[in-house]
Design a protein around this ligand. Sequence first.
Ligand code: IPE
Ligand code: IPE
Ligand code: MG
Length: 250
Amino acid sequence: MPVTRTPTGALPAHVAIIMDGNGRWAEARGLSRSEGHRAGLEATRQAVRFFAEQGVRALTLFAFSSENWGRPQEEIDALFDLFVSAIEAELPELVERGIALTFIGDRASFPTALQARMSEAEQASAGNEQMRLVVALGYGGRWDILQAARRWAAEGDEGRDSEVEFASYLSTAGMPDVDLLIRTGGERRISNFLLWQAAYAELLFLEAFWPEVTATELEQGLAWYTSRQRRFGRLSTASTGTANNEAPHA
Ligand code: IPE
Ligand code: IPE
Ligand code: MG
């Protein structure tokens, strides 16, 4: 597989979102954190529709991190219940829209009912080609790199020494690198999300809490992204007169 680089001005091939701020959104309204997560689900539904309609081919959403296991059990349980009901409720529309849903992360510690819904949804939507929707659950960027490195070392073939080959062991195998990484909720950090995959992503930090993010804001985000000049370490097209976005090793 060649190294692919999305050219300046083109639609991002892969958008990733750190959907942050549900709890603070709820607390500001005198609601419980769980109610904030429920409101976040509505924003998630709108975002999936928006990016699918724009023609973005891959969307990865951070819904539960490796570190979120450190939250109170009550909040974790409420989140898992929400994930189960959300998968059941949303699957028909996703299938209708031709969206393939998969999950990345360490699911071994999840309740069996949730694991079952995840597998069923993956099977029911496999082969859909309009958009790939990836939900990161129990996911950490370091976990991902470590599990890839373990399998890479165990296979031990010689000649598998390129970054492209290594990426095929990550949980995002077969997906393009992240072009646009959006984080809502005002924090400016990666919080152990797609560490390898977002190496050259354009970073967009929005002040809005996730439940209040609208399609208009996402549209502005896409417009901002397409105005970025993506140099990938090289010089701008204007100053060299050469094409800027061809991958050097392709
Ligand atoms: C993000 O919202 C959703 C999850 C981490 C599950 P938060 O729950 O982190 O909301 P804030 O950041 O506390 O407002
Ligand atoms: C990142 O948000 C994880 C998810 C959105 C699932 P957090 O709220 O967990 O991140 P920190 O604690 O602010 O870094
Ligand atoms: Mg948070």
